[in-house]
Write a protein that binds this ligand. Sequence first.
Ligand code: PEP
Ligand code: MG
Length: 569
Amino acid sequence: MIKGIGVSPGISIGRAFVLKKMEGKMNGRLLNNENEILQEIKHFDHAVELAANEIEAIKANSEILLNDEELAILETQIELINDPQIREDVLKKIWTEKVNANDALLQVFDVIAQLFENMDDEYMRARSSDMKDIANRILNHLNQADIELHHFDPNTIIIAEDLSPSDTITMDIRYITGFATQTGSKTSHTAIIAKSKGIPAIVNCGEKIHEIQDNDVIILDGTKGLLYVSPHESLLQEYRVLITDHQKQAGELKLLRDKAAITSDGTKIILSANISNAAELESMFGHGAEGVGLLRTEMLFMDREQFPDEDEQFEFYQAIAINAKGKPIIVRTIDIGGDKHLPYFNLPAELNPFLGYRAIRICLDRKDLFIIQLKAILRASAFGDLKIMFPMISNVTEIREAKKILEEAKFILTQQNISFKADIKVGIMIEIPSAAITADILAEEVSFFSIGTNDLCQYTLAVDRMNEKISHLYDPFNPGVLRLIKNVIDQGRKHHVHVGMCGEMASDPLATQLLMGMGLEEFSMSAASIPAVKKIVLSNSMEKAREICRSVMQMNSSTQIISYLEQTL
Ligand code: PEP
Ligand code: MG
């Protein structure tokens, strides 16, 4: 067994095809005179031109077959291959050191690939394989080698050191059922492409992968990141059963994915996803979400040494805006404090951090930081259907202040002639009891509410959501919590404010009909939870949901409510 990182889930059984790399080697040949140098430069330029044409041709021939990620990889490569700086560096080496084009190119690309490999950012590190890929393409033409075209037998599992973008794009993948590589990360091409094609894949398997021979029988478990080489029949049998189960589930899921969530009596319910970065959009679409009901932006601020600047933030939101393909995205402004800390932002130690300096409270206090995030979100709003949501709102003044800063951000961008969506919709999280109780007042200020039951529960019941000792008291079905939720939905509907829910309760099938009956319009949850909730929407009516709601609101304990809801399922 070899353990790696599972980057594309699923299981496959097949035979190994060990991909041997045609790496470029230095030949040490030196050029003798100016004539040879000029010839070598011509030779180099021609090879670059052929390599560039080749990538253009791959792109043109398979444009309709490629997804956005693959197209982006090819476009980046076309840009890099034509980079004048790279040509200048190669030519300088040829002129000054009199080395041949092959060696000059290898040296220049080695430096660039190293540069990428040493970057902190995982995504940028993974781009070093783009550089190696481009270098190999040019080298192939310089050395007039034919680019190998692979044809595979059915159920082939590709075993490689790493896969270059062009390997994965030009490969005839019809018969490939798995990828396993020695190196690589979650953002390497193998990962991106395998995931987008739904092929199980494992990266970072280490040196042991070299022990695998062509035609070895392999079990590849992309979900667990495990690779079994020449396994026993009993293990094969176990995995065959798992594959059948997976296929059945995937089939059911797929059928649901493209179905709109409409009740049996015709009411449409919006099911959207909670995400933290652009990579999760794939899972969002894969599970049939209709948009992003909550983009938690904290991830962008974590795992780093300083605040991301406006451009970096803009790129993060822009990538999501573009890749969401026109679907709505609710971007929640930073919600730090409480249990979420940033290593570089010295938040004071507090006796009650969940009741303390957090979320919108920090933003209104540190306008300098807040306005940067708002400007970045606004700039990205020119690329997709973004909405802005403020967390932890407890009163109307906070909304007015936040909106004032948003207007300042718009003013600055207008002055700078930078485009953004001027009428971007603004909403708030309802997660503090005072906000839930005064939903009628707050409704005057915003376009939408999103109920954050995770915090609403802890504040309503005075139960720390992190404290395991009292977790039995943490109960969204407590009549007190339910009354607050119902009030928010009633007031939202009365004031024509869209009401969604992005707390965990939205993903609980037990709560689905009750919330539908209250009139909740949008349920936002982790993508994987969507099919189960969708099943309930599809197989029930609004009439029944309203009846359930009426009954539940008469009940006096969550024990009674939960057992009643269990019966209704
Ligand atoms: C919530 O409080 O319900 C919520 C969705 O926000 P978070 O879990 O990020 O606090
Ligand atoms: Mg919250």
